[in-house]
Design a binder for this molecule. Structure first.
Ligand SMILES: NC(=O)c1ccc[n+]([C@@H]2O[C@H](COP(=O)([O-])OP(=O)(O)OC[C@H]3O[C@@H](n4cnc5c(N)ncnc54)[C@H](OP(=O)(O)O)[C@@H]3O)[C@@H](O)[C@H]2O)c1
Length: 379
């Protein structure tokens, strides 16, 4: 294996962890320089820095670029330039891959370089590698994932009685949530990751807009307390579901019976269940954090170095995207009120709640004084 000279775009949480792991245990890798916004900012490690991307992208000594800045348009431009300059690229950036992945992977194929992005989904959990290699030999039925640690933390705080606003403020205080948490709580972050999982698992070409996305902003502590009385719990779940000849992609607050592995996730850990013709496979581990994320980045660097497979998916199929046929858990807002008789579409009445299909319109919900959440299990 030949040694690699790495140019780093970004020296924040992931970038600094990456450099410190490389300096500690991988002397055969060399990080030549890092792109930052502010060279005077305090860092935990000491390497040459620049604010000029071209010093990395066009340096002939650098043969591998790692992009860990975040955002969309600039990383798109930098990754394209790096591939065109004959450099392999590793990124941890789910946003750029969800919006421009097809274009960037095509650019990688055209230039004969590799573009890998294991860290973009579930941080340190090697799920993309598993989908690309081990699980690619068997048809998949569905992929479900709890993929956002911020939402896990907020929901578990609300289960302990905090309001949504209090839980979000605590998440921000502890550094679990960004100052602008919209992408996390609104479900967009999970949608990006589900799209990347579906692209590899189902060889899918689809735009991010095809993921039907609902976040957790409408969930209240009252909902969670009511669910608890039914021995149910809720997490934000992203799903890609194959049915006969079409696929549905969605993100929604989803209810499971206690105990369930998804309900145990209270912080940065992520979990993914891949259901295939060979059975269900579970993956769980740290979905965020500098060290865990950097581990996936280094694993990608090793894969590139040994020419050991690629995350470039095979040519995509053009599957119809459909609305999922879903079942919902339905219950009254008021614990003293029982479920009305004759619910439209009722499937299964279980004491004080029912599992119904399809979901009610907002008008019907209001008329019956009901709330509903997606039911995550097969009925
Ligand atoms: N943190 C995690 O746990 C985690 C997990 C999975 C994936 N990721 C992904 O990894 C990427 C990096 O995340 P992070 O947490 O390390 O971010 P971060 O701590 O905010 O670091 C970003 C770095 O990029 C630099 N940067 C940003 N915009 C720049 C620009 N326009 N020009 C030059 N430098 C720029 C910043 O420079 P300054 O330091 O000078 O500001 C900083 O060093 C993101 O795509 C994120 O989604 C992160």
């Amino acid at each position: 294996m030949r040694s690699r000279t790495i140019g780093l775009l970004g020296l924040g949480t992931v970038g600094q962890a990456l450099v410190s792991i490389i300096q500690e245990v991988h002397p055969d890798l060399h990080v030549a320089k890092a792109l930052v916004r502010d060279v005077n900012r305090h860092r935990t490690i000491d390497i040459p820095m620049t604010t000029r991307p071209e010093e990395i992208l066009f340096d002939p000594e650098i043969d591998l670029v790692v992009e860990v800045t975040g955002g969309r348009e600039l990383p798109r431009q930098w990754i394209t330039q790096a591939l065109a300059a004959n450099k392999d690229v590793v990124t941890a950036n789910k946003e750029v891959m969800a919006y421009y992945g097809s274009e960037l992977l095509a650019a990688a194929r055209q230039s004969g370089r590799q573009l890998r992005y294991e860290a973009a989904v579930a941080g340190g959990v090697p799920i993309l590698d598993a989908l690309t290699h081990h699980l690619s030999v068997v048809p998949l039925r569905r992929i479900d994932g709890v993929l956002n640690g911020t939402c896990n933390f907020i929901l578990s705080q609300m289960e302990h009685g905090a309001s949504y606003t209090e839980a979000l403020a605590e998440a921000q205080r502890l550094g679990y949530a960004e100052a602008d948490p919209t992408a996390d709580v609104g479900g967009d972050d999970t949608a990006r990751k589900v799209l990347l999982l579906a692209q590899l698992g189902f060889h899918l070409e689809a735009a991010i807009e095809s993921v039907d996305t609902v976040g957790i902003t409408g969930v209240t502590a009252h909902h969670l307390a009511r669910l608890e009385t039914f021995h149910l719990g809720l997490r934000l779940v992203g799903s890609a579901i194959w049915d006969k000849d079409s696929l549905s992609l969605r993100v929604a607050p989803t209810v499971y019976r206690v105990p369930h592995p998804f309900l145990d996730l209270e912080g940065p850990d992520n979990a993914i269940r891949v259901v295939s013709q060979a059975g269900a496979f579970w993956f769980q581990g740290p979905g965020a954090g500098g060290y865990a994320t950097a581990t996936s980045v280094i694993s990608d660097i090793f894969r590139i170095r040994t020419h050991n497979g690629s995350l470039n998916p095979p040519p995509p199929g053009h599957y119809p995207i459909r609305q999922a046929t879903s079942r919902y858990v339905c219950f009254t807002h008021d614990p003293d009120q029982s479920l009305p008789l004759g619910l439209p579409g009722e499937l299964q009445r279980l004491g004080s709640y029912a599992i119904v299909a399809p979901g009610f319109s907002q008008e019907a919900l209001d008329e019956y004084g009901l709330c509903q959440f997606l039911w995550g299990e097969e009925t």
